[in-house]
Structure formats: C-alpha cells, structure tokens
Design a protein. Structure first.
Length: 297
C-alpha cells in the first residue's frame, strides 16, 4: 500500500531527496504534471539516486504547451529565463526558486539544476531555507516579496542571499506613484476575489528604494529594470478570470499564444511597468581595493 506524502511530512524533512521524489510521483498520479516535474527536478537537486534523468526528460515532453499558458505567467517566466541565461553565460547553474508556486519556472530552465521552495506546496519556507549557505548559483523569487509582511522582508532577502553563490534575481511588482495601487487592488478583489490581491493589500507593495537600501547595507550591487506594462497585466488578469468562468478555454489559449509569441517584446514600459527585475550581486571591487587585496596575498 502506497503511503501518502503530505505537507507535514515534507516540512519535517525538507531536504529528503527520496521524500520529494515520492511526492513528485504522487503529484503525477494526481493529475499535477507541472508540480510533479518540478518536484522530480527538486529531488535530483537534493541528491536523489541516479536514474531519474530519463524520467524527467520524458515527462517534460508530455507537459502542456508553454506558449498557451496565461500571458502574465508566461511573461514572468520568459523574463527570468532570459536573465538567468544572460547571467550564467551558457554555463550550467544551480537555481533555487523561492516561493515558486507549482514550480512552472522549471519548465523554462531544462538545462539548470532546479530546486523549488514553496511552503504551501512542498513545505520549504523562504524565511527559513534549510539548505547549506552558498549552495545555489542563483536564488530566484518571482512575485513573492509583496506577500512577505513588511517586518520580515529584510530577513527574507537575507535568507535568499545566504543561499546564493552568485546573486539573487527578483521579479516583483513595486509601488509606482500615480498608478492608483489601492483602488486597483480593491477592484481586483471585488471582481475576482483574488487571494493574491488581498495579500498585496495586507502586506503593501514594496518600493524599489527599500531593496536598493537593503543591498547597500549588505555591500551588494543592485540593478533594477522595468518589465512589462501595468495596464496590460491588469487587463489580462480580468480577461483570464472571465474567460475561464465562461468556459472559453480554447479561445483563451488562442489569445495567450498570440501575446506570448507576437507581442512579448512590445510589453516593457519604462514609465508604467508591471514589475521590476532586480539583480543583486557582490559589489565589484574598486581598483584600490583590488590592489590592497593583491598586496595582502
């Protein structure tokens, strides 16, 4: 008789590779292919016994077509994939996806060693990451910081930084002046009853100044790039909600595929972005510092 793996089991042994492998198979049997794929990749990142690579590759080929996924999600993962490949310069890398939902990012990075950390999905919390320090090249958090209470945000960023060797990649909505943040969130809640919008409102959207201040206090470089367009992202949220409620799944796939393949490069608005892509890395040493280090050696 198969033993059902639940969240409490995962929370009790968050780095148990075999537990994640068995949970992955349970997800696949339960009709959750994306999560099953991400959890198999996580098991491998945690040191699962060899032999899963062929299973992972065969499963990846059976996953739904990425280009038909909701545009807002596809856009985020496309941005992250592009940035991670640019930063890694084609070299293999280890990626920790903190707060990554069902691990859809794994499908966009088949070449990476991928590990998911999502407390409500696989029991691993971003506020208490159970991995050795510097055990991943890049730590990623996509649309997560706005769900972290204000008092915990520095701790959250410290946790991400402690696990990374090369840096953090953060893709996040930030408060932008003149965009009617509270009215926008209340409208989303009134129409869609969005749990995410409720959390945005309760925790408040972060400000770019907060993360740049945090980076400076830790001696890190910080680069923030505007990504997406707020009005398009907000309209897409409503389109997806009403389309699914009306059962227009084929029509939604058509629209999403069009935006994901034809309009992807037209989305960035420097003035009214839907999010910022923020990269934290060790600050480059000045010539004087490099000279001092060389003398000490």
């Amino acid at each position: 008789m198969n033993v059902v793996i639940n969240l409490e089991d995962l929370r009790a042994a968050p780095t148990d590779a075999d537990l994640h492998r068995r949970y992955a198979l349970q997800c696949l049997d339960g009709g959750q292919p994306a999560l099953g794929y991400a959890e198999l990749r996580t098991a491998m990142a945690l040191g699962a016994e060899p032999g899963e690579e062929k299973v992972v590759e065969a499963l990846r080929k059976r996953l739904p077509d990425l280009e038909a996924m909701p545009h807002n999600s596809y856009f985020r993962f496309h941005v992250l994939r592009t940035k991670l490949r640019e930063l890694s310069r084609g070299e293999p890398c280890r990626v920790l996806d903190v707060g990554g939902g069902h691990g859809e990012l794994a499908q966009f990075l088949p070449e990476a060693v991928y590990c998911l950390a999502e407390p409500d999905v696989n029991g691993i919390s971003g506020l208490d990451l159970p991995f050795e320090d510097r055990s991943f090249d890049w730590v990623v958090a996509c649309h997560v910081l706005e769900h972290v209470p204000l008092a915990d945000r520095d701790l959250f960023l410290d946790q991400l930084w402690s696990k990374s060797r090369r840096g953090i990649v953060l893709l996040n909505p930030f408060e932008v002046e003149g965009t009617h943040v509270e009215d926008r969130l209340r409208l989303s809640i009134a129409i869609t009853d969005s749990r995410h919008s409720k959390e945005h409102l309760a925790c408040s959207l972060p400000r770019v100044e907060h993360v740049t201040r945090w980076a400076a206090s830790r001696g890190l470089s910080c680069a923030a790039e505007p990504k997406g367009t707020l009005t398009v992202a907000h309209a897409m949220l409503f389109m997806e909600f009403f389309g699914r409620n009306q059962g227009c799944h084929a029509e939604l796939e058509q629209i999403n595929r069009f935006y994901n393949t034809k309009y992807l490069e037209l989305m960035d608005s420097p003035t009214w972005p839907g999010a910022y892509l923020v990269t934290f890395q060790p600050a480059p040493m000045s010539n004087e510092t490099q000279h001092t280090v060389h003398e000490r050696r």
